[in-house]
Each structure stands twice: as structure tokens, then as C-alpha cells.
Design a protein around this ligand. Sequence first.
Ligand code: FDA
Ligand code: NAP
Length: 438
Amino acid sequence: MRTGAQVIHDVVGVGFGPSNLSLATALEEHRTDVPEHPLTAAFFERQPAFGWHRNMLLPSTTMQVSFLKDLVTFRNPSSRFSFVSYLHAAGRLANFVNTHTFFPTRQEFHQYLEWVEENFSDRVSYNSEVVGITLPPEPAPGADQYLRIEVRDRGGSGTRLVHARNVAVSTGLVPRMPVGVDRDDRVWHSSEFLDRFRQTDLQDLRRVAVVGAGQSAAEIARFLHDTLPHTQIFAIVPSYGYSIADSTPFANQVFDPEAVDHYYFGTDRTRDAFWQYHKNTNYSVVDDDVIRDLHRRVYDEDVRGSKRLHFLNLTRVSDVKRAGNETRVSLESLLDTESQELDVDALVCATGYDAMDPSGLLGDLDRYCLRDAAGRYQVGRDYRLVTTPPLTCGIYLQGGTEHTHGLTSSLLSNIAVRSGEIAHSIGRRRAEEEPGAA
Ligand code: FDA
Ligand code: NAP
């Protein structure tokens, strides 16, 4: 559809990580199923090319979900965009099966995502950041409502407007630093790790500390231990050592598509139980093999009498002082009441992420989005924000819905099904507005 010379897309996707890439496949499959009424889409991604947590693509790191939880399979097992189709196209299907694993390396999964992305590059603008979403100032009476999406292209001057009936916001997790600690060339968040590491003269890194007890911290500590053989590495761990990520079969059911319904339609007590019992499937936990590998290294160093991987357990970072290349870290230990200081050449804060928050993009539109008693967005089962007039366009969230849809909100586990549900909702609403379209 057009307003004047301006195309109105059925949906504009903000961000083009795995979630909106999965949505692109769902819309494409909708096009095949309902060829007479294709849903049109355009995606905007601020990175210069497709990239999935590139700064954490450390050697040998593996996926934390089965390859069958790819972009499509749980929605459409016969999709041509599956990981198995990718393996077949890459000529590795037989040999992948010989590995006997459900968990490919993150590097291989990244190649799979890029392989799928090649099918949609005509619909994605890279180097293009969405900076705001608004309603047109004076819609013509009776005209279909649309949203104006403001896009800033890198290297361009000013911004441009794109129009859509719906947006799918999928901007990802937001890196979180310890309170009062700023990033710079010697104090890094894990999300920027490889870029920073490559920019640093490795001769300068004689003492490096890694903060946190999650998967990122453990993987970075292991990488540093492998890559910098003469460096002292300090793991600053808030618990009494790394704890295991529960991926046992019954607990893993919290990531099943049905669990979303149990969570969404459950009571507050239901939702609380999910968190109390199963937070350790994802947060502040580490895969078993990485824990055992690191423990073996510490033990072997002990036996050899040459320690360089040091664990500071029950310890939190409370402050960081910087001067030139010097970094002094203040540590609070729960083992005693003393605080201590640690001098390092670089500090890596693998201190986790905050959930996606669309409020900055929504700006003034935020006042039409209903919130619950705790101030969180009300979200429909179809991942659409619950809005009041005059806002009738769909604002769909891929992320930021842990409070309504549960633990899979920021993960890959359910993106195939979630994208299908969003595509279906957009198609259904379009059909209601325009009988004959479905
Ligand atoms: P993702 O963050 O991947 O993508 C969002 C995109 O939006 C980014 O490309 C960003 O540049 C772009 N963007 C942001 N703001 C924008 C704007 N205003 N305009 C335009 N573009 C914008 N989960 C899991 O289930 N299994 C796993 O194995 C892993 N592994 C894993 C490893 C690491 C290192 C991390 C940090 C996280 C994981 N995760 C995970 C969880 C992770 O959230 C998940 O893998 C996906 O990245 C979620 O995909 P999204 O597309 O939702 O976000
Ligand atoms: P995370 O699990 O949230 O862990 C952050 C850690 O930092 C927690 O242990 C936290 O402890 C600690 N922390 C925060 N502030 C601190 C402070 N001031 N001092 C000391 N410790 C502090 O984050 P993550 O490890 O980045 O993992 C995020 C997501 O990415 C998860 O879903 C994870 O599975 C995923 N991931 C996957 C892979 C992979 O696929 N291979 C790799 C990396 C990450 P408190 O909770 O006590 O504050």
C-alpha cells in the first residue's frame, strides 16, 4: 500500500538479529502459504553487516540450545531455512551427524545465520539505526493508520522516515556494567570483548581480571588463559565458584513452546515458581564442560606450583579507579569485612545484560501503551503491546517480555514459534481490516 509516494510496509523490523531474521523467514513462508496477500516487510539494522554477538565468537564455544531450535524447525520442520538444510547445502550433513552433538559451535551457527540472511538481504538496510517511532501528525479521517519509523543511516545527514502498519522491535539485550563503573580502553564489557582485545597490545596485558559467574565470564577466563600464556588471570566471582547451568531434561521443559502458555496464562504464583526454581537454567550459570575444564586448569597449576589462574570467590567489584594504563579495582568480599584492591592491566566485566526496553524508541507513543501495577508493559499473547486509541497499529516485541511470556524472552529456544505467532497475528489483523487478505 502507498500514501502519496510513500510505501506502507505491513511490518518494519527494528534490529536484524536472530529474532527478526526468524520473523523474515516466517513472513516468507506466509507469502508461500497465502501468495495472493503477501505481507511486506523491511528491516533496519545498525551494524554494518549481519552479526550475532560477534565479540563473543570465541574459539570452540558452543551453542546453548539444540541445533533443532534454529530459526524455523519448531514452527515448520520442513522449512528450507533449517540448520539441517544449511548443513546439507554446506556439504557437512553426514559429518555433522558423526559428531554426535546437538550443540554446534557458535561459529558454525553464525555461518548458518549468515546463510539464511543471504535470502533476505534485499529487505534489510545495514548501517541503519532506528531512532524513533511516531504517529503521523494529522492522519486523514478514515485513513488506515500507519507508524512513522525514523531511520538514521551511517554516513548520511539527518534521518529519513519509513512507514509501516506494524513494527517488530527486536533490539536485543543491553550490556550492564557494575554500578558506577564506566567502560574505556582498559575496562570492557564482555559484549565488546574481542574488538577490545584485538585493539590492545597483548604485551601490555600482564594482569587481567574477569568479573562475573555467568557463561560469558567463564568463556572469557578460559580464552585469556589459553591465549595469554604469561598473564595472571583473576576471576572475580560473586558466588563460591561457578555454578552449573541446569540443562537436564525436565528442567529444560521451561523452554518448550507450551511453557509460554503456562507462564502467560498462569497466576503470579505460577510465574514466581518458574523463576524461583528455574532461574539457574540461564542466569549466572555456566555449562558443565567449561566449569570442569577451568577447575582442571586451576588444579594442574596447583600441582605444578605455578599459579596464574586465580579465583576470588564471594567477591564483588565495588569501584574502579583509572589513570593512564593503570586500573585499580576495589573488591568487596563476603568472606570478611575487609575491602581489598587489585591492580590490573585490563578489567573485563562479564556482568550481564538488562532486558530489551523499547520505551526510548517509542518516545511519545509510550503513553498509549498500557502498563501493569508494577509499571511493566502489558503484552498480548501474540507479543503485541496492549495499546489504547489513537494507537491501533501493532507494536510487537521480540524480547523484553520475560514478565509476561517467561524465560525464553531473550533466548533462541522459542524464536521459530514466536516469529510464526507474530507473522500470524499481523496476517490475521490485516485480514480483519481488509477482508480477502489473510
Ligand atoms: P540480538 O541482540 O541478537 O539482535 C538485536 C539486533 O538489533 C542487533 O544486531 C543490534 O545491532 C540491532 N539493533 C539494536 N538497536 C537497534 C536500532 N535502534 N536500530 C537498528 N538496529 C538495532 N541464547 C540461546 O538461546 N542460546 C545460545 O546459545 C545463546 N548464546 C548467546 C551467546 C552470547 C555471547 C550472548 C550474549 C547471548 C546468547 N544468547 C543465547 C541469548 C541471545 O539473546 C540470543 O542468542 C539472541 O541474540 C537473541 O536474538 P535477538 O535478535 O533478539 O537479539
Ligand atoms: P549473566 O548470566 O547475567 O551473569 C552476569 C554475572 O555477573 C553474574 O554472576 C552476576 O552476579 C555478576 N556480577 C554482576 N555485577 C557484579 C559485580 N559488581 N561484581 C561481581 N560480579 C558481578 O550474564 P552472561 O554470562 O553474559 O550471560 C548472559 C546470557 O548470554 C545468558 O543467556 C547466557 O547463557 C548467554 N551466553 C551464552 C553463551 C554461549 O552460547 N556459549 C556465551 C555467553 C553467554 P549477580 O547475579 O550476583 O549480580
